[in-house]
Design a protein around this ligand. Sequence first.
Ligand code: AMP
Length: 377
Amino acid sequence: MEHPLLPGGTIGILGGGQLGRMSAIAARRMGYKVRTFDPASGACAAGIADEHVTAEWSDTAALTRFAQGCGRITLEFENIPPATVEFVAKSVPSHPSANVLAICQNRRREKEFLRTAGIPCANFAVVSSLVELQAAVQTIGFPCVLKTADFGYDGKGQVKLPTAEADLAAAWHKIGGAVGVLEAWVPFQMEISVLVARTVDGRTAVHDPAENIHRNHILHLSISPARISEATATEARALALSIAEKISLVGLLAVEMFVKEGRIVVNELAPRPHNSGHQTFDANETSQFEQHIRAVCGLPLGGTKPLAPSAMVNLLGDLWRNGQEPDWTKVLADPAAKLHLYDKGKAAPGRKMGHITVTAATVEEAIRRAEALHAAL
Ligand code: AMP
């Protein structure tokens, strides 16, 4: 029996990026102490944490020091070795589990989990050689997309194969010739995502679907609530809840989905807060970050209702032209815009440096103003 970790306790977060930073803000607001752990120096969550450890994921001495005194350990980054989570879980209750992490961080295990669980996903085949890829395109058909099993995100490690003329050898080479997943292309009308939280004793809460618009494979705009029918939203929430139960989630899970003719196809799972949930910080009863903390600590889960329609626009490093900080006064001048900056130091193209959330009377108005503020930068 795992007791709730009440405010005043210490939460350890594996990973020190912006998701950890915002989870730490939520935790500290509630009176928790926070410790973060990251191999990279300059981790942006360190500025919010009470203590920060810089060490490799395999450094068991550092992990032991980190875990000592923590009442709970969680994570904010998907590519942590499951063995790291297994190691800290021996001394401190750690959520999500190493098993959930192992499934979500590898496309092969993820797709096989979804298929076995009876969750609708794109047809796929696992390929471990060029010969297998050549055979798999015959069954999956064109267009399709080849993805690396490990370490894929934001469209990295994937190649679209539009027609039978596609150069399979080049695609195989491009994903690095490691194990991959060949997926049928889903001609979706919209991408949405749903956040589901679950506690160790099986209580759940789900946020409304957000609608996601990408640019160059990176999330640009997230709109909440998504512009879908109530029936589709209900199906999306039900699928996310079903996945949370079937994977035995404890913590927060973001489920990315495609909507095609009102039906849903699940694309990806992330067992942590998600970029498409940032607007919940300013626009919902409970933010994804607070919900994450509540779920892993075994607290009652917070209400998920939207307080207002909202749009969140990402601020990528590309806005720092010649390393110059953008002129934030334009954003700050809008009373309904909330500026979030992650204190990441050096900007680089494609690097997520911050975001803006705009709330308005309608999603259309929120989108218009978020886009206008982004364009003004
Ligand atoms: P992923 O890294 O799997 O989240 O893929 C990144 C983006 O590529 C998704 O958000 C989609 O826009 C697109 N994508 C990935 N897989 C598919 C697919 N099977 N069909 C259509 N678009 C896809």
